[in-house]
Write a protein that binds this ligand. Structure first.
Ligand code: 1GP
Length: 238
């Protein structure tokens, strides 16, 4: 639980960079990894709902420039690769698609065991973010409506009671609206495991809002792909 213990150090807020292998050239990948190293990003997540690139090669390229934990954030079982330092073992608990609740996990488990990757059980909760996102479409699940805080809290509680060590409130990559403050605050109030929030965080103000609401970890991807220099400004928030 080495990496988990670092993540769970909620004495401070963490900004995590999400790298989608399909969104980079080799050159931009090395540049963003070097930037993350320089400005002290504590973790990089690698993942996406649909990945057509070589995940293993992407992880190795990142690790050539970035020397903190690289954590896999898989869209499905085929994304698992042994080079990562840890794996978010996601179950899409807001959905009712058995393949993303347990099916992919059954396929991945023997491979993960064999590779000896640190596993972090994570309750993944998709929240409506103003547009149909790739994760919604690819997982064939419905997100929780943004105003239904009570459903999000009940879902998060169920995840925690099932033993999940992290909860991830996800508006989806490129969401129009990130997760509402009221929902973040309510989940934080009712649950005790570290809370990750991601999707549609595109400014320093958005980042401050999710941290103020109660997120322990904020994940940023699309905004940094578009404006890499924003990463320095976001790191100043923490
Ligand atoms: C998506 O939460 C992440 O899984 C990041 O979303 O790309 O919108 O920053 P963005």
């Amino acid at each position: 639980m080495k990496i988990y213990n670092q993540i769970a150090n909620t004495a401070r807020k963490h900004v995590v960079l999400l790298i989608d292998p399909d969104k980079h050239t080799q050159e931009s990948l090395l540049a963003i990894a070097a930037r993350a190293e320089t400005c002290g990003v504590p973790f990089i997540f690698v993942g996406g709902s649909l990945i057509q690139s070589d995940v293993s090669k992407t992880v190795r390229s990142i690790q050539s420039e970035y020397h903190r934990p690289v954590i896999l954030f898989p869209g499905c079982a085929t994304h698992v690769t042994p080079e990562v330092d840890a794996l978010l073992f996601l179950s899409l608990i807001s959905g009712r698609n058995a393949e993303f609740l347990i099916g992919n996990q059954v396929i991945a488990a023997p491979i993960v065991k064999q590779a000896g990757i640190e596993v972090i059980p994570t309750g993944y909760i998709l929240v409506e973010g103003g547009a149909t996102t790739s994760v919604e479409y690819m997982s064939n699940t419905r997100p929780i409506p943004a105003a239904k805080t009570d459903i999000a809290v009940a879902t998060a509680l169920a995840g925690e009671m099932l033993g999940m060590k992290l909860l991830y409130l996800e508006a989806g990559s490129g969401a129009v609206h990130s997760v509402p403050s009221a929902m973040i605050a309510a989940v934080k109030q009712h649950c005790s495991v570290p809370l990750i929030v991601g999707g549609g965080i595109r400014s320093v103000e958005d980042l401050q809002r999710v941290f103020t609401a109660g997120a322990d970890i904020a994940v940023v991807g699309t905004s940094i792909e578009k404006s890499p220099a924003l990463l320095e400004d976001m790191m100043k928030v923490v």
